[in-house]
Design a protein around this ligand. Sequence first.
Ligand SMILES: Nc1ncnc2c1ncn2[C@@H]1O[C@H](COP(=O)(O)OP(=O)(O)O)[C@@H](O)[C@H]1O
Ligand SMILES: [Mg+2]
Length: 156
Amino acid sequence: MHEPNHIRINLPDEAATTDFAARLAATLQPGLVIYLRGDLGAGKTTLVRGMLNALGYTGRVKSPTYTLIEQYDLAELKLRHFDLYRFRDPEEWEAAGFRDEFNGCNICVVEWPEQAAQLLPSADLEIIFTILPDGRTLDIFANTDKAKQCLTALPV
Ligand SMILES: Nc1ncnc2c1ncn2[C@@H]1O[C@H](COP(=O)(O)OP(=O)(O)O)[C@@H](O)[C@H]1O
Ligand SMILES: [Mg+2]
């Protein structure tokens, strides 16, 4: 079966982002690494919040702007939310134990992956957010078979 490696989605408002987040959450597999790229305010954290809420997490989803990581151990999966906007020190990568979080089991969602460049494991799924006058466009690239299965499984 042909599986797509790129799809483009238009999200006219925040509710559309939350709705898409729930659809994406339904396709997640253990060990998936997802990069989120796009300007400040593009909706990266909103997407992660929407995924966690769809997975049943009822607590507050804070942006890991200062902590660099927030950890969510849910009943059916473990998700790690990184925001590397303020990441500067490569030595901190090992010291903080970030490498250990990419263990093939945790789902790792990374905002500002470019800040950690070659330290970071490569992405299965890459989502590029573009800010439009009216809403957002998401370009979603699947780099691995696992990620292609996610795109194929996305409910419409
Ligand atoms: N599809 C959308 N269209 C318009 N505004 C959106 C959309 N999705 C999210 N937003 C808004 O854009 C902002 C995104 O903030 P945030 O998710 O923190 O961005 P980032 O993490 O990329 O810096 C929020 O104010 C949110 O309400
Ligand atoms: Mg953010």
